[in-house]
Design a protein around this ligand. Sequence first.
Ligand SMILES: NC(=O)c1ccc[n+]([C@@H]2O[C@H](COP(=O)([O-])OP(=O)(O)OC[C@H]3O[C@@H](n4cnc5c(N)ncnc54)[C@H](O)[C@@H]3O)[C@@H](O)[C@H]2O)c1
Length: 357
Amino acid sequence: MDSKEKLKKFWRNKKVFITGHTGFKGSWMSILLNMLGANIYGYSLKPNKKSLFNQANCKYFLEENFYGNINNFNNLKKKLKKTKPNILFHLAAQPLVSKSFSDPLETFQTNIIGTANVLNAIRNIPSLKSIVIITTDKVYKIKNSNRNYKEFNELGGKDPYSVSKVCAEHLTISFIESFYKNKNIRNKISTARSGNVIGGGDYSKNRLLPDIINSINNKKKMIIRNPNSVRPWQHVIEPTLGYLKLAELQYKKKRLHKDQNWNFGPNKKSFVKVIDILKIVKKRYKVKIKIKKNKDFFETNILKLDNNKAKKNLNWRPNWNLQKSIDSVMGWNDEFRKNKNAKKISEHQINNYFNKK
Ligand SMILES: NC(=O)c1ccc[n+]([C@@H]2O[C@H](COP(=O)([O-])OP(=O)(O)OC[C@H]3O[C@@H](n4cnc5c(N)ncnc54)[C@H](O)[C@@H]3O)[C@@H](O)[C@H]2O)c1
């Protein structure tokens, strides 16, 4: 993996447009890009009051901070024309499987039409030299086996969230083949699929680590829906660095790879059950759990990603094992309760990551 200094050489003064910058992953990406000297332009809905974006005062180090809806094509296009970015990361989405059951239309609207808006809006922005569309590990058609999904495996979803992200994948191919075929930009767009991402400052509902931290902080029993579900757990710094590396090489090379989709999953030892994560946390913290089978919505039982393509082609690899990743999330939370300086805590963890601590 590249050193921070090496990354800085590329990212310094690059104009980077992030949709979804006010979210959990977008905030970590913004903090990291700010450390690397990039000029960041963000386009998202306003963050919740309790959000990493607010806690880390992200809006003060952004070049421009746009609060706008991804479904508003004209506004999005106007902001892109105005800022003339070099690189774009599309993260804006309704990202929760649970919410996709209670509000499928919003999920389809934002994740499908929102992505189509991004892909359409970039058509006449000549400054753009690299675009990464963030989808998910949940895009693969589940074969009920213990396999690790590779990028060329069949796509297919059932729940509304997965289907919306499968559509985002197909839309990306459609735009490349239909509108960019004879243009340089055709080789400059990829989709990126990460695993179950964990990190400090995630306050989403129905995600395991935020639920654990809530139950510790409020001394309440936590409800576990699917204790035996296997997920590819990874710290947010890992896929974020993968997205950055992908964007950089796409920017620099005429054609990075013939297949423009990339997995950024953890190493195999981090494919574990929900209940195994709890066992690790319970070594150091008191967590009371109640197992209540989920009847409101279904989720895939086993999800494993193969990360060899990114390792081989991007000089990217996961550095933190599961224990270290979980310690970092819990440590972030402990530190934040003490000193409230979310930006400093996150930067410190990113520096530790670079220093292999
Ligand atoms: N967190 C994970 O475990 C995980 C795993 C795989 C993929 N992803 C993907 O990564 C991306 C970011 O996820 P996250 O966990 O940071 O989610 P999040 O909910 O914390 O952030 C979502 C971001 O999208 C923005 N957004 C939502 N609807 C919008 C709209 N209509 N218009 C403009 N902006 C809108 C929000 O304002 C926010 O900035 C999503 O695309 C998600 O599907 C997340």
